[in-house]
Each structure stands twice: as C-alpha cells, then as structure tokens.
Write a protein that binds this ligand. Structure first.
Ligand code: XMP
Length: 563
C-alpha cells in the first residue's frame, strides 16, 4: 500500500486536540486548537482501485457452520458472502457469482417447513456445491433418494473414495477422516450423477454431475476435523469454478478507499474510538481514504484499561489522524457516585458517552457522516441482509451511539470477519497491541466493579490488578489464545493477614475464557504457576487487596462479564 507523502509532514506536526474537564464537568478546550476545515481528499494519493473481486455466494440453510464456510472460502483467497437461502433469484443473478454453495442445515428435507431449494438455482449455469443438507436438498430435487439412515453420523467419520474421487475429490487419499453431522443420508444419487465416496452411514457421501456443474458432499469441509476439507473447497473454487485468488487485506483496503471517497465526497466525517481494534481499523481506513476530512473522538470515560487511551492516541498520532481526546473521567465518576445497580451503571455510562460525543460532533464543521466499526458477523447475525445490523452493533459499541445523530453511516468493515479486520489493521500499520486487543465492553471497568459504586479508588485497584494479569498472560505467551482475560472487583471485604497485621480488604477475581464468538465460552485452564505469579503480584503490589480467586464457570450458565 502506498503511503501518502502529501499528508505526512503536516500530520507529524499536528497534535491531537485534548480537552480536559473542569471540576464541574464542563469541557474546556486545550491546546492546540481544533483542526482547520478538512483538507481535500484529492490530496490523498493511492493507486487506482482494483477490478472488483470475483465472488462466491453461500446460501444459508440454517447450518451452524454456515459462517465458517464463507470464512474458509475467503481463506482460499476468494471473496464469499453468506445470504439467506431464500434470497431472490434476481439479486443472485445481478451479483453474478462464480459459484454457489448450499450450506448445511438442521432440518430433514422431508420435514414440514424444511427450507426449500429452488430448482432455478441449479440452472444458473454456474457450479453449485451442496454441503450436508445442501447436498440432500439438491439430490432430492433432482430425483435421487434421501432417507433417514438407521443411525445418524455425528463427529469424526471414515470416508472411503469410490474410484479416483471424480472431478471434485481427485487427489485425495482413498481413506480419510471427515466430520459429519446428519441423520438423513443419500442412498441413490439423481440420474446422471456419479457417486464419489461413501461412509459407514452414507452410501453416497459425495456425488457430482460434471456437465451440469453440480456437486454434493455429505461431510463438512469447513471444519478443522475434516483434514482435507480446505483442499476440497480449494479444488471446487479453482479447478471447477475457475476462481482466481483476489481477496486479501490489501484488496479490501483499495476497494474501501474508493468506495468511502465515493460515499462521502467533500463532507466531514466523525469517528468514535473505543480503544478496540474495530473502531481503530475503521478510523485508519477512512483516514487513508479522506485524510483530514476525518476527525476521531476518543471519549475517555476513565473506565478504560491501563494505558489504553494513551495507546490509541499514540496509534492515531502515528497515522496522522485528527483526534479529539476528551478526558471526561470526573464527569462520569460524578454521575456514577452512589450507584450500585449494574443496569443503571450501564445506562448512565451510555447516556453520558452520547452526550459528550454529541457535544464534540457539534463543534466540528460540516460533519455529515459517522464511521462505525460494524463487522460482517454483526450483519449476518441480523438475518444476512444487514437490515438491522446497525441496531445490533450499537448495543455492543462504546456506549452505543444513537441513530438520531442525524449522520449517515460509513461502515468500511461491514464485509469483514474479525480475523480479517486484524489482518487489515496490521496492513494499515496499526500496532500489535491494537491489532490483537481482546474485546472490551463499552462500559469498561464500570461493569467490572460489582455490588457497589464505581469510584476512583476502586478503579485504580481494578486497573492495576488487570494490568498485572495482562502483563503475566502476555509474558506466558497466552494472550492471543484467550478470548478475554480480565479482573473483577467484587465490592466485599474479608479478613487477611499481611506483615504483622490483620487486613480487611477486597478480593480480586481472575476471569479468563476461551471462545469463538462470545455466545458460549469455556473457562481457560491457566497454568498454576502463572496463577501463582499473578496472585502474589496483585496482593503484594496493590494496596487494599488481600485475596485473589479464579472464576471457573463457563458460559452458559455464567456470562463472560460479571456485573
Ligand atoms: P457476556 O458477559 O454477556 O458478554 O457473556 C459477551 C461479550 O460481550 C461483551 N459485552 C459488552 N460489549 N458493551 C459492549 O460493547 C456492553 O455493554 C457489553 N457487555 C458485554 C463482553 O465483554 C463479551 O465479549
């Protein structure tokens, strides 16, 4: 990616605007002054946008791995998008995909209300790969025989090729493991199809009709327990559908730069930074596209992790992004005084955040757009077409920015999965700390002080304890393996003994989980010696703490956060 020499010297000379509050919570402007009117986007020099990428559409029949299919295809360097199984034919034709993939699904093709496969989808003149339910629906609609098997197949299953594996499975070992999850099986392929493989419970575990470009597999190539799964997908994409590799973080950046410029024109754009990778990446990308037309606002509510605000400021400064850093800690603390109830804490933090953000937005001239770090998983959680994606994201955003700000949304990460966002972030030059930051709730440490009010002393205790935990986890090389790791401060005190004296102090709870998507989570089996180090450091280094405990609950029934 080419750097932007035109903006760089100016950017280096610029400092972010910093505002601190007075003791009454009023914001006063610091030095230096607000940035001047946005510079023209014409000053930004980037290569011409690449030709739009080829794409594969994955039609979602409700399978638990449908998202994963799209991700695996993208990992093969081909752009894939997940759409509901009943997406209109017109829309599919307009998108002109190179191939279709029909996902698995929980239904039996015979059950009432089973998602139907429209025959027209098999007649678009492009290759179609049916996976699990997708294969069964294809087979059934073309006159093959699908029936309930004596026993279903769930989990690792032995797959045996029939002959050389045909076009789809060519080059695979004659015997291999695969991952199955089905009750019905294909007993006879449709007329004209060739069976390619079998497993103990699936007489036809794969089949194809090369002339019509129709392929089916009973197993799941997208899960890691199918060792040759990626090879099968790759073969389908390249040998059969003729897709070229064209999807990469660099191509996303180039495409998004063009589309952001086209969307916003000369208007001013504002972006709220949370400290997380999504908003930082969205900001960096928009900045690449429109330079000084973008102003970022970091509302520091005093509930962030140790050095978090500084790291974001630093990252943005290095990129030359206009930044308003609002230090509003006291303002938030004043409002949180005396509040024990977690829901009220959340609400207060959210409201105050919006208020501060709005005040900042109003100060900026000609702002027409708001950047949001909405991800593809948010879009598809909302039903695949993104109709309600913004609502979902706003819940999980810092405080949740209201839609009535009167600004149009710029969502440059809308097509990306989290791991792709990290790749784009790295490509854009964001630091390792920002790129790999674990998720952090918008209300921050405010919801990790439980059972009592949030005040400055408790925040200091929690922030310092959390910093020790993170430092030791990083030192042990475990940071990236954990979905989240953090400390919680329950507002209870108990007796201990330190030195010659009795103590009456707080406990700190260590919470560390592994997870794919935060919907479920398992407590992490941290090594004892690591726990030992963390415990003794927290107790020795932080006053007012005399106990460290470990949360060994999974989600469900617990949640990841305490509150
Ligand atoms: P729970 O605690 O429900 O959390 O298992 C699931 C994931 O969501 C994060 N979380 C939040 N994120 N605002 C956010 O931006 C919030 O109010 C919020 N509450 C929970 C949590 O950290 C975990 O990753």
């Amino acid at each position: 990616m080419t750097e932007r020499p035109v903006l760089a010297p100016e950017a280096e000379a610029r400092e972010e605007v910093r505002r601190t509050e007075t003791s009454r919570g009023r914001l006063v402007e610091g030095d230096p002054a607000l940035p001047a009117a946005p510079a023209s986007a014409d000053a930004v020099e980037v290569g011409p946008p690449e030709v739009a990428h080829e794409e594969v559409l994955v039609l979602d029949f409700g399978g638990q791995y449908s998202q994963l299919i799209a991700r695996r295809i993208r990992e093969c360097g081909v752009y894939a998008e997940l759409l509901p199984h009943d997406t209109g034919l017109e829309l599919i034709r307009e998108r002109a995909p190179r191939a279709l993939v029909l996902s698995g699904g929980p239904a039996s093709v015979y059950s009432d209300g089973a998602p139907a496969l429209r025959r027209e989808l098999l007649e678009l003149g492009i290759p179609v790969l049916g996976i699990c339910y997708g294969m069964q629906a294809m087979v059934r609609s073309l006159g093959g025989r699908v029936e309930a098997a004596e026993a279903g197949e769930f989990g690792r299953t032995e797959l045996t090729l029939a002959g050389d594996g045909g076009r789809l499975l060519a080059g695979l070992p004659a015997e291999q493991q695969c991952w199955m999850s089905h009750r019905d099986s294909v007993f006879e392929p449709p007329p004209g199809f060739v069976p390619l493989a079998a497993s103990p419970g699936s007489p036809v575990a794969a089949c194809e009709q090369v002339e019509r470009g129709l392929y089916g597999i009973q197993f799941h190539p997208e899960v890691v327990h199918t060792p040759y799964g990626t090879q099968v997908l790759d073969r389908f994409l390249r040998e059969i559908a003729g897709c070229r590799e064209g999807w990469s973080p660099a191509s996303v950046i180039t495409e998004q730069i063009a589309s952001i410029r086209a969307q916003v024109g000369d208007a001013g754009v504002i972006c709220g930074l949370s400290g997380g990778v999504d908003s930082a990446t969205a900001a960096a990308l928009v900045h690449r596209a429109i330079g000084d037309q973008l102003t970022c606002v970091l509302v520091d509510h005093g509930l962030m992790r140790k050095n978090e605000a500084e790291q974001v400021v630093e990252a943005m400064r290095e990129l030359g992004v206009n930044l308003v850093h609002v230090e509003a800690q006291e303002r938030f603390l004043d409002r949180l005084a005396g509040i024990d109830d977690p829901e009220r804490k959340r609400k207060i933090i959210g409201e105050e955040f919006i208020r501060v953000f709005e005040e900042e937005a109003e100060r900026l001239p000609d702002v027409g757009y708001l950047v949001q770090g909405t991800l593809y998983s948010d879009v598809i959680e909302s039903g695949g077409d993104g109709r309600t994606a913004d609502t979902i994201k706003s819940h999980h955003n810092v405080g949740g920015l209201p839609e009535d700000l009167g600004l149009d949304l710029v969502e440059p990460l809308r097509m990306l999965f989290k791991d792709e966002v990290r790749a784009v972030a790295a490509e854009l030059g964001l630091s390792e700390r920002v790129v790999w930051r674990q998720p952090f709730p918008g209300p921050g440490l405010g919801i990790r002080i439980v059972g009592g009010e949030v005040n400055a002393e408790r925040l200091t205790i929690l922030r310092e304890a959390d910093a020790i935990l993170q430092e030791e986890i990083r030192a042990a090389g475990l940071y990236r393996d954990l979905w989240q790791s953090f400390c919680v401060l329950p507002v209870v005190r108990s007796v201990g003994v330190q030195g010659d004296g009795r103590t009456y102090a707080y406990p700190i709870v260590i919470r560390a989980v592994t997870s794919q998507d935060a919907m479920t989570a398992d407590w992490a089996r941290l090594p004892y010696d690591l726990l030992e180090r963390v415990s003794s450091r927290i107790i020795n280094e932080i006053p007012h703490v005399n106990r460290v405990t470990l949360d060994i609950s999974s989600k469900p029934p617990a949640t990841i956060e305490w509150e």
